[in-house]
Design a protein around this ligand. Structure first.
Ligand SMILES: Nc1ncnc2c1ncn2[C@@H]1O[C@H](COP(=O)(O)OP(=O)(O)OP(=O)(O)O)[C@@H](O)[C@H]1O
Ligand SMILES: [Mg+2]
Length: 615
């Protein structure tokens, strides 16, 4: 009968391994990938930590020996042994404390190193992925993956290391001693545990699902926080404090509920193992009764067994808790691998050569582009030759596709069909670095970092000298206002440049582009925030700078582009009219209408350009 009870749970274990394993195939793949990528390379450090753990265990194990020795000799009367025992206790204690310190630091060092390495690898992979991918997720969600999710992985790894090295060692030792005391009772008792596999699997799945949701919830929360704290002006002026608090609170509540649920699911696992421990003790007493009465076992064996079982209960519970931790870690590993597995679509062809610049002619041939939805065309049938060294202006209504055209040149996106060539070379066939090195783009939304003015301008060309930075600032008519700042070029401008005016920010962006000293200049509404006076100053400075550079300039204020060599009017993603200012005015088409509309709405702003009557 005892044999039957001993066997059937084993069968249950085998069965459950087949159909209902703790880890499904997908998790096993993830786990082995994670181990191969992140754990294996650290095997040396792991070995050191393991050795320290074993040393610590040995030092701990030496305590009972010393105590046994003292008690055995205490009654003898001869105290010659006393200094030896006292010395041994001091030495063992010292060894234990040193080992404890070394073991803690060695173990923590491994997981902390792992965390930092994962963060840096994931970040550099992320920042190198497609612009389209980067704009698909909110910064908050990506931040959460790099912080919260990696934190989950760190905790799971630490728990696994502790359990695998410390708890499993004790379980093995205790089970060993149990079998030594009475193998039959041990078999019966341990036969209880395989029954735990099925509920563990069910609970583990639930933990995993919940962990995935919690991590997504944390992502949403970080995202909302970043968004709301980044929009304080809007919130203040529109009186949206209550709205913002409610919105953010809802997400705090979501995360609270998910976390609480996670805790309760995990606690269920541990209390179930606790109950099983009780069942095991009952089993011991039951079987021991037969064994002792038949004389196969002694009361001492029984006492020892019960003690070992009770001592093993804690590490066994820890192993159960580990299951849950590992599931949380796996959910996070999945989310991090989602970043690491992303393959950029904008990439270099094998053997791509650097761009060879001659005059810097940019030609668009039948370019069409859509942002993902084929039905919504952003650019179509776009043909344009921006001759080397000349300035081409793109004008047209909002949403006509002007910025899109400018973003296609540095390959922020690739054309859907057609091609863009620079001096005859398709931009998809040259190296990305050489392409982007030859372009300076001032985009419609200025981007600045919370750093000094000098550092922000120097973003245009990392490593530029101070003189070059100042020269660039002068060319962008920014030098004067920079000197008027409290610390001049060393003034810190705040997150995204909040401590500057819109026009000042634009001039810093322009200075940065000028510093880049690239042969192709793309200006998307680069001076739109400036007053007419400052804009004229910038225009004069730019006139020198753009000489000999191929420049594509976008402007709504048409007075700024009238000197362009070619003006193209865009409508619904294509060019409907092109020519010089005078030619287009004479033609009396779309451009003439735009100019007239602008003059009528703001006749004081500027002198009417030649050839345009106000009525
Ligand atoms: N990231 C994007 N995802 C999806 N659609 C986009 C995206 N950016 C722009 N669009 C769409 O593409 C079209 C062209 O936009 P684009 O920014 O090129 O216009 P624009 O001419 O620069 O307008 P504006 O003068 O207002 O800056 C618009 O209909 C816009 O809705
Ligand atoms: Mg635009």
């Amino acid at each position: 009968m005892a044999t039957a009870t001993g066997e059937s749970p084993d069968k249950a274990l085998v069965r459950s391994k087949k159909s209902n394993a703790v880890f499904d195939a997908r998790s096993r793949d993830l786990l082995s990938r994670f181990i191969a990528d992140w754990i294996k390379p650290r095997w040396r450090e792991l070995l050191v930590a393991l050795a320290l753990t074993a040393g610590l265990a040995a030092a701990t194990g030496a305590y009972p020996m010393v105590i046994k020795f003292s008690f055995d000799n205490l009654l003898e009367g001869d105290v010659g042994w006393l200094p030896w025992v006292l010395g041994a206790i001091v030495i063992i204690t010292l060894a234990r404390s040193v080992l404890l310190y070394l073991q803690t630091v060695a173990t923590q060092r491994i997981v902390l190193r792992l965390t930092a390495d994962m963060q840096s690898t994931t970040f550099s992979h992320l920042i190198n992925s497609d612009y389209a991918r980067l704009t698909r997720d909110t910064p908050g969600r990506m931040m959460s993956k790099l912080t919260n999710d990696i934190q989950f992985i760190q905790q799971a790894t630490l728990a696994s290391m502790n359990s695998l090295m410390r708890d499993s060692l004790s379980v093995i030792a205790l089970v060993g001693s149990m079998f030594y005391l009475d193998w039959l009772i041990s078999l019966v008792v341990l036969g209880v545990y395989p029954f735990a596999v099925v509920p563990i699997v069910t609970i583990a799945r639930r933990v995993r699902r919940n962990a995935t949701r919690t991590q997504a919830g944390l992502g949403g929360m970080t995202s909302l926080l970043a968004e709301k704290l980044g929009a304080t002006r809007l919130i203040k002026t529109f009186g949206l404090e209550k709205y913002a608090s409610e919105r953010v609170n809802r997400s705090f509540e979501d995360v609270f509920r998910l976390r609480l649920k996670g805790v309760s699911v995990k606690a269920r696992l541990e209390s179930m193992l606790e109950a099983l421990g009780g069942a095991a003790v009952a089993g011991v007493i039951w079987v021991a009764y037969w064994r002792i009465s038949s004389g196969a076992s002694t009361v001492g064996d029984f006492m020892g067994l019960t003690a070992a079982l009770l001592m093993a209960a804690q590490p066994l519970r820890a192993v159960g808790g580990l299951m849950a931790r590992v599931q949380e870690g796996l959910a996070a590993i999945e989310s991090v691998y989602e970043i690491l597995d992303d393959k950029p679509t904008i990439k270099e062809l094998p053997g791509a050569k650097p761009l060879v610049l001659d005059r810097g002619t940019v030609s668009f041939e039948n370019v069409a582009f859509h942002y993902g939805d084929e039905q919504i065309v952003a650019v179509r049938d776009f043909n344009l030759e921006a001759e080397g060294g000349k300035t081409v202006a793109l004008v047209g209504r909002s949403g006509a596709g002007k910025s899109t055209i400018v973003n296609l040149v540095p390959r922020l996106f690739d054309v859907t069909s057609g091609s863009i060539r620079i001096d005859g070379q398709d931009i998809r066939e040259v190296t990305i670095a050489s392409l982007r090195d030859s372009i300076a783009l001032v985009s419609q939304e200025v981007t600045l970092f919370d750093d000094t003015i000098r550092a922000n301008i120097a973003l245009g060309r990392l490593g530029a000298t101070d003189e070059e930075v100042v020269a660039a600032a002068k060319s962008a008519a920014a030098h004067e206002f920079i000197l008027a700042q409290p610390q001049g070029y060393d003034t810190i401008i705040g997150d995204r440049g909040v401590r500057l005016s819109g026009g000042q920010r634009q001039r810093l962006a322009l200075a940065s582009a000028i510093l880049r000293n690239a042969p192709l200049l793309l200006l998307d509404e680069a001076t739109s925030a400036l007053d007419t006076q400052s804009e004229r100053l910038v225009q004069q400075a730019l006139a020198d700078f753009t000489r000999g550079r191929t420049t594509i300039v976008i402007a709504h204020r048409l007075s700024t582009v009238q000197n362009a060599d070619l003006i193209c009017v865009m409508e619904a993603g294509t060019i409907v009219e092109q020519g010089t200012h005078a030619g287009l005015i004479a033609q009396g088409g779309a451009y003439a209408r735009l100019v007239r509309a602008q003059l009528l709405s703001d006749p004081e702003a500027d002198n009417p350009p030649p050839g345009v009557a106000l009525n």
